[in-house]
Design a protein around this ligand. Structure first.
Ligand code: SAH
Length: 248
């Protein structure tokens, strides 16, 4: 069964876009995932096919209408009732590798892309939509955010990445940033590849990589480091508790 991506957008021509080349593009050609952009404007009912209107309470810009979007969402839900429904919005929960894994493990995803000032809030009250943000900055539309989400999901689908293991050691999978990479030439502009990586001692290499991952995470992402430490410090006592539970 293919992973079905359905994208509700005012710009269907933006898909598959960059997902049509390289890893994701090959997977698309192989039928590992399907890409089905849906034009939101087709669900407008008035003469002008309008999808937006001025903000209640005044202010700049336009707001996407709940009634038009609900028709598009209901159409997508009818086509694929068991796919999660996601709206890209800077007001959503942050996109993480954990959420990516959760979505990639399912049958597909329906993604609603906002434009203008955003979406009438009542849509989120009336439909089961998960609001997701790709970061603390403002894009001009949800389409590029949807491409980020899909790219992250597609590379995890079975058969997409060459070596199945190549995902496991990456940044975030262990709660740490990844260690740095090097390749030939051995010397470049007077800089050498770290000696340990050329030693052939696999245990030493693994220890060095682990130490580098910890150093980089601690200095570049103290927030990740704190969380990693919490989890690590928790595990031994969790294990002890479980042992106790078993004994009693
Ligand atoms: N006025 C809104 C921003 C609207 S940007 C605000 O301040 O919150 C227009 C659309 O781009 C949004 O509806 C959303 O779909 C998309 N978008 C912008 N930034 C995004 C982000 N960081 N993550 C996900 N979607 C984003």
């Amino acid at each position: 069964m293919s992973f079905a991506a359905r994208i509700l957008t005012l710009y269907p021509e933006m898909f598959p876009g960059p997902l049509g080349v390289s890893l994701a593009g090959r997977a698309l050609a192989q039928g590992i995932w399907t890409c089905d952009p849906v034009q939101i404007r087709d669900f407008a009912t008035d003469r002008h096919k309008s999808v937006d209107d001025t903000p209640a309470g005044g202010g700049a810009g336009m707001v996407m209408r709940a009634d038009v979007l609900a028709r598009a969402v209901d159409h997508a839900l009818a086509a694929q009732p068991d796919a999660p429904l996601v709206a890209m919005t800077p007001r959503g929960e942050p996109l993480t590798q954990m959420l990516v894994r959760e979505i990639a493990a399912g049958p597909g995803v329906t993604i609603l892309c906002g434009r203008f000032e955003g979406i009438d809030e009542r849509l989120f009250e009336a439909r089961p939509i998960r609001q997701v943000s790709v970061g603390d900055y403002i894009l001009s539309g949800g389409e590029t955010a949807a491409i980020v989400l899909l790219d992250a999901c597609i590379r995890l689908l079975p058969g997409v990445m060459g070596a199945a293991s190549s995902g496991d050691e990456e940044s975030f999978e262990s709660g740490l940033l990844e260690y740095p990479h090097y390749t030939r030439p051995n010397e470049w502009e007077g800089r050498m590849i770290p000696q340990v990586l050329r030693s052939g001692d696999h245990a030493k290499i693994a220890a060095w990589r682990q130490a580098m991952a910890q150093d980089h995470t601690r200095s570049r992402r103290p927030d990740l480091w704190e969380r990693h430490r919490d989890v690590r410090d928790q595990s031994p006592s969790d294990a002890q508790r479980k042992m106790k539970d078993k004994r009693t």
